[in-house]
Write a protein that binds this ligand. Structure first.
Ligand code: PBG
Length: 342
């Protein structure tokens, strides 16, 4: 209904002067703005994605200023700082040494791979003080950079799912709290749930990258895990979603919830807030959004040039997720935000 068409409010006195309604009154002071704010960003809303690497020195990531890959020896300490600030969970991603990447991605199921060692190190130091989220997908481990196995030029579904189940079990055995499949193969949530249950991991949570789009905004992440050159001119459009679609996102979320997902995720974040809203309204399930590497890089790049204010853009972008209906956000800003809110 347009304002013009609104019936006269009987409680309000008849307009005496122009303008009859002054929304600016509530915006006049910081206290009244705070009082009527509809959405709040808190540290409890944050999941911090972290990259881990071999060796014993942190490695900067050129396309993500301020983000580094952490060596295993340092990761528990870094996560301890996040936990102390109140960040509920971290999400781990490996920069697998190129020599360990193969067409069959067997390093993904290695109990001693980077992710599983990092998980054990964090859990040994912090126990249940922080949740560990592990990504399930083959791209950090494949020589071709695809999330599944390639047969005859096509990323095959069912055979990939079998390997993803083994990857998830290895992560659960290492102590992972939340298995987060980001591969977008059909039917994988149900299969992984079953595999986890059969192995006695019925308490391990599943966060499904349910509505994950084939996006240009993953560029810096692929640098961070070293899959850019592997993927080359290839893309992931035969399994990640078309940015033009929304109904398909609802179908993906519906399937993942039916198959046993405890939480669902929309990814990327900022350009897909309409999807977050629709998913939250339709399913009323725990809904997360991933403010991905390219979104982080855009804000950082503009801030470095002095074109936008880094801190304000960071906070505004994150409260927007809350406004859209997200219960939490995966963001590379998590530690900075937690320090700011502390
Ligand atoms: C792996 C995965 C990707 C991201 C998270 N998990 C990359 C991709 O799908 O190519 C992207 C995260 C980011 O850009 O921050 N499947």
């Amino acid at each position: 209904m347009s304002l013009r068409a609104m019936p006269t409010n009987p409680i309000r006195p008849a307009a005496r002067s122009f303008p009859s309604t002054r929304p600016r009154r509530l915006r006049r002071h910081a206290w009244s703005r705070r009082l009527v704010a509809e959405s709040t960003l808190t540290t409890a809303d944050l999941i911090w994605p972290l990259f881990v690497c071999e060796g014993d020195a942190a490695e900067p990531i050129a396309s993500m200023p301020g983000v580094v890959r952490h060596p295993i020896a340092a990761v528990a300490g870094v996560v301890a700082e996040a936990a102390k600030l109140g960040i509920p969970a971290v999400a781990l991603f490996p920069a697998t040494p190129p020599g360990l990447k193969t067409d069959e991605a067997l390093e993904a199921v290695n109990a001693e791979n980077l992710i599983n060692r990092a998980t054990r190190a964090i859990k040994a130091e912090l126990g249940d003080a922080v949740g560990v989220v592990c990504d399930v997908a083959l791209d950090p481990y494949t020589s071709h950079g695809q999330d599944g196995l390639v047969r005859g030029g096509y990323v095959v579904n069912d055979e990939s799912v079998e390997l993803l189940c083994r990857q998830a079990i290895a992560q659960a055995e290492a102590g992972c709290d939340v298995i987060a499949p980001s591969d977008m193969m059909d039917g994988r949530i149900g299969r992984i749930r079953q595999a986890l249950d059969d192995a006695g991991f019925e308490r391990v949570l599943l966060m499904a990258y349910a509505a994950k789009y084939a996006s240009a905004f993953y560029g810096p992440f692929r640098d961070a895990v070293g899959s850019t050159s592997s993927l080359g001119q290839g893309d992931k459009k035969t399994y990640q979603m078309d940015p033009a679609n929304t109904d398909e996102a609802l179908l993906e979320v519906e399937l993942d919830l039916a198959e046993g997902a405890d939480m669902v995720m929309v990814k990327p974040g900022m350009p897909y807030l309409d999807i977050v809203r629709r998913v939250k309204e339709t399913f009323a399930a725990p809904t997360f959004a991933y403010q991905v590497s390219g979104e982080y890089a855009m804000i950082l790049a503009a801030a470095e040039r002095g074109w936008i204010d880094r801190e304000r853009a960071m906070l505004e972008s994150l409260v927007a997720f809350k406004r859209a209906g997200a219960d939490g956000v995966l963001t590379y800003f998590a530690l900075d935000v937690a320090k700011l809110l502390d």
